[in-house]
Design a protein around this ligand. Structure first.
Ligand code: ASP
Length: 314
């Protein structure tokens, strides 16, 4: 028997217990999505609405809270997939949009395409009234964080184009992407993910989030959302891999662990996390970073459980 459920994440990275301040907002997003499915709404609506709450919070690396590129601008990626119909919509490197996940849904619903990037995606946002002044995404706090990170890296050597290992050292809370997966009462599965990428990425870089099979995947059997270093997630095709294990009969938790362990074996630890739900409402959560912020709510629970999960072995 299946039970409806939503699982939400706020990124995998250097989280510690003191980051519990993020849990309130994760709970709010989870409750909002869960209420939609509880009232008979679709998994698709639930995951998009949950992600919108997180994009608007300014607390995560998505929407208003998105991090800055090396040259100090915001470029965001987002993707959404409806498992029951196989429809999918994604946007990459969008700069003047408040809610990239809503724009991704519009790409799915209003166009023949799957992925729109940069200026073209922004033109669609403008036509739909979803655009904002990009300077609203640039806060004093972000600009000073950018110069702090650059300064720390410079102290350890020069600021080169290939700098990921250094960024991970000086900025362990590198990630903070948001995502949600859900199963509704009618048995439909959906996934949505939204991100600002990571600090100091080059302008024009697109990560895993809007790439089907990498940062998002959903079909009639399961739905997954990934977070972590996009380059690793794309090379691992993490979400598709996890969903395929489930199709082959592996439990969601074991499938999530197997996907992450493949990423770890090939590319080391500290770079990926994934959440997944199957058509029975069973969930899986796994990561190879120090911590991951997650929340979930099942049929029968009166409030979400939100927690920072920590791996003591990393
Ligand atoms: N996966 C995102 C990216 O590489 C970053 C993250 O998950 O925090 O764009």
């Amino acid at each position: 028997m299946s039970r409806h459920v939503i699982v939400v994440h706020g990124g995998a990275g250097g989280f510690s217990k003191r980051d519990e301040k993020y849990l309130e907002i994760l709970s709010e997003a989870t409750a909002k999505g869960f209420n939609i499915i509880e009232r008979g709404g679709s998994a698709l609506d639930a995951v998009v609405e949950a992600v919108v709450v997180l994009e608007n919070s300014g607390k995560f690396n998505a929407g208003l809270g998105s991090c800055l590129t090396l040259d100090g601008i915001v470029e965001m990626d987002a993707g959404v997939m409806d498992g029951s119909t196989g429809r999918v919509g994604c946007v990459g490197a969008v700069r003047c949009v408040k809610n990239p996940i809503i724009l991704a849904r519009k790409v799915m619903e209003l166009t023949d395409h799957i992925l729109l990037v940069g200026e073209g995606a922004e033109m669609l946002a403008k036509c739909l009234g979803l655009n904002i002044d990009p300077s609203l995404l640039l806060t004093e706090e972000k600009l000073s964080r950018l110069s702090d990170i650059k300064e720390k890296i410079r102290k350890q050597g020069s600021l080169r184009l290939k700098k990921l290992d250094k960024i991970r050292e000086v900025c362990p809370d590198l990630y903070g992407t948001v995502g949600a997966v859900a199963l509704d009462r009618a048995g439909n599965l959906a996934t949505a993910t939204s991100t600002g990428g990571y600090w100091l990425k080059l302008r024009g870089r697109v990560g895993d989030t809007p790439i089907i099979g990498a940062g998002i995947y959903a079909d009639k059997t399961s739905a997954a959302s990934a977070t972590g270093m996009g380059e690793v997630i794309m090379k691992t095709l993490l979400c598709f891999r996890v969903c395929q294990f489930i199709e082959w009969g592996v439990s969601p938790q074991k499938a999530a662990e197997a996907g992450i362990s493949i990423a770890t074996k090939r590319y080391g630890s500290g770079n990926a996390g994934v959440i997944v739900v199957d058509r029975n409402g069973d969930i899986g959560i796994a990561f190879n970073t120090r911590g991951m912020a997650i929340a979930y709510m099942y049929e029968g629970m009166d409030r979400p459980i939100a927690e920072i999960r920590i791996r003591e072995d990393i």
